[in-house]
Write a protein that binds this ligand. Structure first.
Ligand code: AHM
Ligand code: MG
Length: 319
């Protein structure tokens, strides 16, 4: 079933000259609780600065490793600094965590929110000039441990591609804003919805050598006329599902190639967006949103996208 015709299609057909008349992010957030607006705008402002860094910064290694022992690019470090400076400036964030740092950072003792982010997801794709992104989740609590994705009050991401876009869901279907030359974010998709459709983004194919169930599912997709769309960046891959309104992203594991995506920085925020668009998420037992955050390093098997495809993922991989 295709997602219903929505206002978003009308926006797509707008000539670029009419963009100045479209709603901007600040106007869109007018009815959102003021302090939550501040956090969202801090991430939106960070995205603008990160976008500019990506366009001009070198892709050199920083000579440091993150919490997970992965080599950091100077860009990873720069993106992380930008976000923490903006969150601190917002004055309403109690605790912030980032994939690039080992511990949660206390920002403002009176703050009412906790945030988690992956400042530059897919940064190894920057040198080949593929799209990358920033992922974030916002909880109304002073800490992240013990929370689940159900406690998110908003989540979003930015995509740095041929265009720079900012996607946000605040207890409603995600909306897309596009960065204009004057620095404004203009609403370009009002409501993103996921229906059913034959498109797949299969991560971690290396796991197939041991995970024969995953191999069988890939065979199913290949033999049944599915369109392969995989970029190597989780953000553009999920964005594609949200914009096209169909498909699945999967990243299971095997003994020697375990699932590597992180619950708090990547999977929970993206599951929130996908589920608010009418899609589903799974860790093979339950919705990603029901998984408790026990540590910031927690990794999880993940499938996100069309409900029927996520069910199929569970059916094939549950043995
Ligand atoms: P990163 O946070 O270190 O950039 O890794 C996350 C990325 C995702 O964007 C992408 O889906 C995945 O890693 C690809 O993984 P693989 O290295 O298995 O291709
Ligand atoms: Mg990442």
């Amino acid at each position: 079933m295709k997602p219903p015709f929505t206002f978003r299609r009308i926006l797509y057909s707008f000539p670029i000259i009419l963009y100045p008349f479209l709603v901007n992010l600040t106007e869109f957030l007018a009815k959102t609780e003021p302090n939550l607006q501040k956090v969202i705008l801090a991430f939106a402002e960070s995205a603008k600065q990160i976008d500019s860094e990506i366009r001009t910064h070198s892709t050199d290694k920083a000579g440091t490793k993150n919490e997970f022992g992965e080599e950091q690019l100077a860009l990873d470090v720069a993106a992380d600094k930008i976000i923490f400076a903006e969150l601190e400036k917002s004055g309403v964030v109690a605790t912030a965590a980032s994939e690039e740092q080992s511990e949660e950072k206390a920002l403002n003792p009176d703050g009412e929110f906790s945030t988690a982010c992956d400042p530059l997801d897919g940064s190894s794709l920057v040198d080949v000039n593929l799209a990358v992104g920033t992922i974030f989740g916002i909880w109304k609590s002073k800490k992240l441990i013990g929370e689940t994705g159900r406690g998110l009050v908003a989540a979003g991401y930015a995509v740095y591609g041929p265009r720079t876009t900012f996607i946000i869901a605040i207890d409603s279907a995600p909306a897309e804003f596009t960065l204009q030359e004057n620095g404004e974010w203009k609403l370009t998709i009002e409501k993103m919805e996921i229906g059913e459709g034959k498109m797949f983004s299969p991560g971690n194919l290396r796991a197939c050598a041991e995970n024969k169930e995953y191999l069988a599912l890939l065979d199913f997709w290949a033999e049944n006329g599915y369109q392969l769309r995989y970029s190597g960046g989780m953000v553009p891959d999920i964005h594609q599902i949200l914009v096209k309104g169909k498909g699945i992203f999967s990243y299971p594991g095997s003994e020697s190639c375990p699932a590597k995506l992180r619950l708090v920085y990547e999977c929970a925020p993206l599951a929130y967006l996908v589920e608010h668009a009418g899609g589903a998420s799974s860790d093979l037992e339950k919705s990603i949103l029901d998984q408790e955050i026990q540590s910031l390093e927690q990794r999880t098997v993940v499938a996100l996208g069309s409900q029927e495809e996520v069910e199929r993922f569970e059916k094939f991989l549950t043995v």
